[in-house]
Every structure is written in structure tokens, then in C-alpha cells.
Design a protein around this ligand. Structure first.
Ligand code: GDP
Ligand code: MG
Length: 338
């Protein structure tokens, strides 16, 4: 090989290396921005934990039972729930005894670790996230009471999927309100997704039937079904949901591949009660916890984990497309404690 050929080869290698390093740097800074972003979105919850803990520690001045009781009260106020709060403080009490902690400055570290452990118990990055499989169509059913953010979540997800090159059809099975059909149509247009809709008052199961049949015929990748959150009675609502599930199964027996309950974080312990009721009517595969940006009571995340066997798969931290995120326990704990 001649000298100038070697030099040329070296230059090419150097350029490739530099290119690689730049790409890595950009990737890292994007990841860092996303984390920062989550911190800002969860600022209210962070305040209700971090500042309150600091305040309590300062007021109490020493590690004793009064301090523990104040911390328990703080957790309850942040919506961690009575059972989970009492459990967390029991664990803290044991740690204090075991490690003979007398410095108040150490308390926060232990509390954070106990909460992190609780959230990470049985947590799997794989099955606790929303992942499309090769099943076609992949059917996702959304349930939840009125106003929690079902339609918004479907809209945000549709954009995520179409950006990934998937084809999406939304089914407007909330036929209870005319406005709900219109709202879903707007989201479908924004995301470049298809929509199956009928007139207001139509039988939701009939719309679902048409939507899934059409998805199969057109070989659509993802089907998302928006359901009503209001009915004349709760029994009616649950019956309607069961009927929708039966209709789905008639066409695709192993579907729905995901049944997601959408709950609003600002409603606090009510979210827990809703999850229990809906889970009885139709087995839930995950929870979407919305409006975490609007509340100081992000402790509901801990209550849900402590009380229910249903993973939080997605969180909503605002109204734009970027504000729907995969729920990541470590990121969440860091956002509220660090
Ligand atoms: P649905 O009745 O369950 O379909 O609820 P919608 O999707 O219509 O949402 C009700 C309201 O909540 C709308 O004004 C949404 O913009 C708002 N919303 C939904 N998700 C979030 C969220 O994560 N954060 C905030 N701040 N608002 C949200
Ligand atoms: Mg809706």
C-alpha cells in the first residue's frame, strides 16, 4: 500500500470516530434533558417530599418517635396512603434501631431507600412497560372514569406509534357524548391515524366490531379503543366494558393485548378505589397515571404499588405529545428526591 493510501485510510477512520463521539454526546445530552424535564414536571411532588422532610427534621431536631410520626403524617398527606405510610415508617423504625441512627441528617437517605426498594419490588423493565408485540393488530383497550385523560392518552400514544412507522386505528367507543367522538377525531388527524366512529348514542360494541374488522382487513398494526367513562349507573358502565371485551374476543380471541386503566393522580386515593372496581369488571394489565404534573400528591404512585398488583406503565405529565412517558421507577425516585 502506498503512503498516501495509508494516510487516506487513517483520515477516514478518524472522521468515523469523531462522528461516533459526536452522536454519543448528543444522545447523552438528550437523555439528560429528558431527566431534567421530568424533574421540572414533578416539581410539586418533589416539594411535598423533599422540603417537607427537611422541615420536619429541622423542627424535631432529633431522631425519636415524634419525628417518625410527623414523617408518617407527611407521607399520608402526599397521598402515599395510610397502609403504605405506616409500612414505610415501620421499616424506617427498624432501620433506625438496627443501624443505631441518631443523626437526623441520615433519615432522608434511609427513607428514600425504603421507598425505592418498595417501588422496585418485582419491578421488571420489560413486562412493566407498554411494548407492542408482533401481534397484528395489537389491541389496546382503555378504560377509566370521565375526565381522567383517556382520549388524550390515546392521542399521545397514536403519535408515538405513527412516528415509529406503525399504522394505527382509533375506535371511538365512547358514544355517550358527541363531543368525545369529535375530540378523538382531532387527535387521529394530528397523529395521522385512522378512526372508526359512528353517531352519538350508537352501541359501543358495534363500533368496536367494525373497527377491529376493518383493522384486520387493512392490516393495521395497532388498535386503540376509547371507551366511555360515564353511564347512567356504575353497573351499566361495567356491563358495557365487559360486552366490549367479549366483542373483541369474538374477532381476536387473545385480545385485548393490553387493558389499561387511566387514573388521574390529582384524585388521590380515589384512583385506588377506581382501579379495584375496574379490575373486577375486566382484568387490567396496566395503569396510566395522568396529571402528575398538576399535583403535589405524587405519593399515589407509592400507594398504587403498595396496594395493587397492577403496574403503572405510563405517566402523564402534561398535555402535549412529549408529556406521556414510560414509567421508570428509578427516574421517578430521582426526580422527587434528588
Ligand atoms: P377522558 O374523559 O378520560 O377521555 O379525558 P380527556 O382525555 O378528555 O382529558 C381530560 C382533561 O385532562 C383534558 O383537558 C386533558 O388535556 C387533561 N389531561 C390529560 N392528561 C393530562 C396530563 O397528564 N396532565 C395534565 N396537566 N392534563 C392532562
Ligand atoms: Mg374521552
Amino acid at each position: 500500500m502506498e503512503l498516501n493510501q495509508i494516510i487516506f485510510a487513517l483520515i477516514v477512520i478518524a472522521i468515523i470516530l469523531i462522528f461516533f463521539i459526536i452522536i454519543q454526546k448528543i444522545r447523552k445530552s438528550v437523555l439528560k434533558n429528558e431527566k431534567e424535564n421530568l424533574r421540572i414536571k414533578l416539581a410539586k411532588t418533589k416539594n411535598s417530599f423533599l422540603s417537607k422532610i427537611a422541615e420536619i427534621i429541622k423542627l424535631c431536631g432529633k431522631v425519636d418517635e415524634a419525628l417518625l410520626q410527623d414523617l408518617e403524617e407527611m407521607l399520608i398527606q402526599a397521598d402515599v396512603g395510610i397502609q403504605a405510610s405506616s409500612d414505610i415508617i415501620d421499616k424506617l423504625r427498624k432501620e433506625i434501631k438496627l443501624n443505631q441512627i441518631s443523626q437526623t441528617a441520615e433519615i432522608q437517605k434511609y427513607l428514600e431507600e425504603i421507598i425505592r426498594k418498595l417501588l422496585l419490588e418485582d419491578y421488571s423493565k420489560e413486562s412493566d412497560h407498554l411494548k407492542l408485540t408482533t401481534k397484528k393488530p395489537f389491541v389496546i383497550l382503555f378504560a377509566g372514569v370521565n375526565g381522567v385523560g383517556k382520549t388524550t392518552t390515546i392521542g399521545k400514544l397514536a403519535k408515538r406509534f405513527t412516528d415509529q412507522g406503525k399504522t394505527v386505528i382509533m375506535i371511538a367507543a365512547d358514544t355517550f357524548r358527541a363531543a368525545a367522538i369529535e375530540q378523538l377525531t382531532i387527535w387521529a388527524e394530528r397523529a395521522g391515524a385512522e378512526i372508526m366512529r359512528q353517531q352519538h348514542g350508537a352501541d359501543p360494541s358495534a363500533v368496536v366490531y367494525d373497527g377491529i374488522t376493518s383493522a384486520i382487513k387493512k392490516q393495521i398494526d395497532v388498535v386503540m379503543i376509547d371507551t366511555a367513562g360515564r353511564q347512567h349507573t356504575k353497573v351499566n358502565l361495567m356491563n358495557e366494558l365487559s360486552k366490549i371485551v367479549r366483542t373483541i374476543k369474538k374477532i381476536v380471541p387473545e385480545a385485548p393485548h393490553e387493558t389499561l386503566l387511566v387514573v388521574d393522580a390529582t384524585t388521590g386515593q380515589n384512583a385506588l378505589a377506581q382501579a379495584e372496581i375496574f379490575d373486577k369488571a375486566t382484568k387490567l394489565s396496566g395503569i396510566v397515571l395522568t396529571k402528575l404534573d398538576g399535583t403535589a400528591k405524587g405519593g399515589i404512585v407509592i400507594a398504587i404499588k403498595h396496594q395493587l398488583k397492577i403496574p403503572i406503565k405510563l405517566i402523564g405529565v402534561g398535555e402535549t405529545n412529549e408529556d406521556l412517558r414510560d414509567f421508570d421507577v428509578n427516574e421517578f425516585v430521582e426526580a422527587i428526591f434528588e
